[in-house]
Design a protein around this ligand. Structure first.
Ligand SMILES: [Zn+2]
Length: 138
C-alpha cells in the first residue's frame, strides 16, 4: 500500500466524520468537531500529496535497450598487410596516405633494390611517418 493513498483515505474519513458531525451534533460541539475534522482532513490530504511517488516510471523504461553498433572494421581487406605501427605512440595505422616506389643503391652484383615506401598518418598523435612496404630486386 502506498503511503499517499493511506493519507488520502484518512483525509476522506475525516471529511466523512465532519459531515456526520454536522448532521448529528449541535452548538459548540458541532463547531469544534467540524473544524477539527476538516482541518485534519486537509492536513492528511496535503500529506498524501506530499508523499506521492516521484516520477520515476519513465526512467526505468528508457534504459532497457542499449543497441551496440557492430564494430566491423576493414579487417578482411588487403590493406591489413600494409598496416604499420606508429613509432611515436604505437598506434596501428591501417592505410598509407601515400605510397611510391624508390630504387635503392645497386649492390655488388649491380642489382638495385626497389623499395615501396608509404607515408602513414597516425590518428592518435597526428604524426606522419614513413615505412618501407616492400623490397624488390630489380
Ligand atoms: Zn602515433
Amino acid at each position: 500500500m502506498r503511503l499517499d493513498y493511506i493519507m488520502y483515505v484518512i483525509a476522506v474519513l475525516f471529511f466523512i466524520i465532519a459531515v456526520a458531525s454536522y448532521l448529528t451534533l449541535e452548538g459548540l460541539a458541532l463547531n469544534l468537531m467540524v473544524i477539527s475534522t476538516v482541518a485534519l482532513g486537509i492536513v492528511f490530504a496535503f500529506l498524501g500529496y506530499y508523499n506521492r511517488p516521484k516520477v520515476t516510471v519513465m526512467k526505468t523504461e528508457v534504459k532497457t535497450e542499449t543497441p551496440q553498433p557492430p564494430k566491423t572494421e576493414t579487417t578482411g581487406e588487403a590493406q591489413v598487410t600494409e598496416s604499420k605501427t606508429c613509432p611515436n605512440c604505437g598506434t596501428k595505422v591501417l592505410k598509407a596516405r601515400k605510397t611510391w616506389k624508390m630504387a635503392g643503391r645497386p649492390d655488388k652484383a649491380g642489382k638495385r633494390t626497389q623499395l615501396e615506401i608509404g607515408i602513414f598518418d597516425c590518428p592518435n598523435c597526428n604524426k606522419a611517418f614513413r615505412e618501407v612496404l616492400s623490397k624488390q630486386k630489380i
